[in-house]
Structure formats: structure tokens, C-alpha cells
Ligand binder design. Structure first.
Ligand code: SF4
Length: 334
């Protein structure tokens, strides 16, 4: 039963991204409305269910586990879950336990995360300007996030910054952000979002900014060398020759990574999505709740992986553009 998860296109599934909550203490304009209605608690997987689910995937060959949200660190007792996943690092079954966060709770949790075995984290941060930060996150406070990043680095966590590229919003901060990351020895990844003109969000800030243009501007300032790094995902990396800094570019809708796609995603309600750009998904909560043994769960996981599509359909995805797609892209970064 423990044969590794291989999809119909011979891709081994080794990377699992799990959302542990739909809640967040920010209300980023490209992600949420100001008055969000969140899911009822009974719909969410409990921490014990998340443990069973993730442990099943680890047994079936997942080597890298990324915890996402919403904001994962606002989930109550989430440290218990991180500590529980740490046992898979200790046993050698799991290579990496990591998270994507908005940074607001890092001051409180950085040391505990390190102790649980986390070594690298991604922090989503779109601007270093306090007023702009307040505008785009609505509820966020930049100094709190910066203190969180300080705490993370002090605790020994390697920090990567994820920045959504928004024309007319953070275009003027391209070099400020780049230099700030370099000065703190943090990698930086820019994320391209869908054109956002038609999502009907009255708080719309910024416009689609193509990473081709962003990259060209960086290249005007100094030579960039393409790096061969492949993560099985949509990120491509360059090195800034003058400083050695590594910069990533995520264009989630490009097709060129599908052949090597090694990942699946699970929502906080236990749905598995096997492709970023397709709506197809399967339910893992019912088999989790239906039996205390993991047989049905593993069967359901295998059935879902057997349906993983070859790749996503760019045009299909484009028609789906709305706030949700933007959130998916911007927050998870593919
Ligand atoms: S983008 Fe991230 S930080 Fe902003 S509201 Fe969404 S989940 Fe929260």
C-alpha cells in the first residue's frame, strides 16, 4: 500500500502544500473583501485530521511540506501541528517543513518554529512603505511584520520574500525592495498576477505588471545570469552578478513547468487540488472522517492522483479570472 504516488504522466508527487485555515489577520485587497465570511469550524480539518492527512502523504513519498492559509499562524494551537510534523523530519521521512506567512505572528512564533524543525520560510510582503502597506493589506502593520522578519532571522530561519508585482503600486520600489533583501541576505521572488481590471474590487490597487518588464528593468541596472534551479514549480531564478543575490520570478500561468510538476494542494476543508490551473478536485475529508484506519484515505489519495491532469489550460484559466484566482496566485505563489 505504501508504493509512492506517481501520476498518470509518471510524475512523482513529492511536494504537498496544505492550507490550515481560511482566516487571516490581514485583508489584502487582491485576496479578500473587508467583510469576509469564513468557513464554519466544523468544516475545517482538525489539527489531528491534518496530522493524519499529512502523515499519509509522507508515508506515500511526500518529502516537502508547505503550510499555508489564509495566514497559517493565526490558527489556534498551530504550533502543536508543526511540532507533530517535526517527527517526520526527525525520522528522515520528510526533508523539509516550511510555511508561507504574512509575517504578522513571526515575532511570537519564530523560535518555536525553528525548534519544531522549520528552517526556511516565505514571507509575503509587497511594499516597504508603511502607508502603502496599510492600504494594500487594510489591517496590516508594516513595523509588526518587519519585527517578525527580524525575529525569524534571529531565530535562524532563512527568509525568502514573496512580492506581488503591481504596476502603479510597487513599481517604484523595485530597487528598494531588491536592495533591502540583498542587505539582509534574503532571497526575493516576484509574483505575476492576472490582469486585475475586471474583478470588480472597489479597493483595487495596482495593475498587472509583467515580470518580463520587471526583469528587463533589473537587467538595465546590472547583468543577470539565469540559474538552472528547478523546483518542479513555476519559479525561475536569476543571479545578480554584481551582488550574487538570487531573484525569482513566478508566472503561475506559464505552461513550461507542467512536465515536472511534483505538487498537489490541500484546502483547509480537505479538498485536494492536483493542478494549479484546473478546477478539478476531490474530497479527502469524508474518507478521513469515515474511518479511523487510513486505508480509505490512502485509496482516495491514490484515486485523486490518478486524475492529475497533464497540465493546466492557460485560456481556460484566463476565463476564470476573479478575486479567488488572484488570491491563489498571489498568496501561494503556485
Ligand atoms: S494575501 Fe495573504 S496576508 Fe493578505 S489577506 Fe490574503 S491570506 Fe491574508
Amino acid at each position: 500500500m505504501n508504493a509512492p504516488l506517481i501520476d498518470p504522466f509518471a510524475r512523482a508527487i513529492s511536494y504537498l502544500r496544505v492550507s490550515v485555515t481560511d482566516r487571516c489577520d490581514f485583508r489584502c485587497v487582491y485576496c479578500m473583501s473587508e467583510n469576509m465570511t469564513f468557513l464554519p469550524k466544523k468544516d475545517l480539518l482538525t489539527l489531528e485530521e491534518l496530522d493524519r492527512l499529512c502523515s499519509a502523504f509522507v508515508r506515500l513519498g511526500v518529502k516537502k511540506l508547505r503550510i499555508t492559509g489564509g495566514e497559517p499562524l493565526v490558527r489556534r494551537d498551530i504550533l502543536t501541528f508543526f511540532r507533530a510534523m517535526g517527527r517526520h523530519l526527525d525520522s528522515g521521512a520528510l526533508d523539509e517543513l516550511t510555511l508561507t506567512t504574512n509575517g504578522s505572528q513571526l515575532e511570537k512564533y519564530a523560535t518555536d518554529l525553528y525548534a519544531a524543525g522549520v528552517r526556511r520560510i516565505n514571507v509575503s510582503l509587497d511594499t516597504l512603505d508603511e502607508a502603502k502597506f496599510a492600504r494594500i493589506t487594510r489591517w496590516g502593520k508594516l513595523p509588526q511584520v518587519l519585527r517578525g522578519i527580524d525575529a525569524a532571522q534571529a531565530a535562524g530561519l532563512r527568509v525568502k520574500i514573496n512580492t506581488v508585482a503591481l504596476q502603479g503600486f510597487n513599481e517604484d520600489e523595485l530597487f528598494t525592495l531588491t536592495d533591502w533583501c540583498a542587505s539582509r541576505d534574503m532571497d526575493l521572488t516576484f509574483i505575476e498576477v492576472m490582469p486585475m481590471g475586471d474583478i470588480g474590487n472597489e479597493d483595487r490597487i495596482g495593475q498587472y505588471w509583467s515580470l518580463k518588464d520587471l526583469r528587463a528593468r533589473l537587467a538595465q541596472r546590472g547583468t543577470l545570469t539565469d540559474l538552472p534551479d528547478r523546483t518542479g514549480g513555476p519559479a525561475r531564478y536569476v543571479r545578480v552578478d554584481a551582488t550574487g543575490q538570487k531573484i525569482g520570478f513566478i508566472t503561475p500561468l506559464s505552461h513550461n513547468f507542467c512536465e515536472s510538476c511534483n505538487r498537489v494542494r490541500i484546502t483547509c476543508t480537505g479538498e485536494i487540488y492536483t493542478c494549479l490551473g484546473q478546477e478539478g478536485h476531490s474530497d479527502l475529508r469524508a474518507p478521513l472522517r469515515g474511518s479511523e484506519a487510513d486505508h480509505d484515505l490512502e485509496t482516495a489519495i491514490r484515486a485523486a492522483i490518478a486524475l492529475k491532469p497533464k497540465g493546466h489550460d492557460f485560456d481556460y484559466s484566463r476565463q476564470k479570472v476573479d478575486g479567488q484566482v488572484s488570491r491563489h496566485m498571489s498568496h501561494t505563489g503556485g
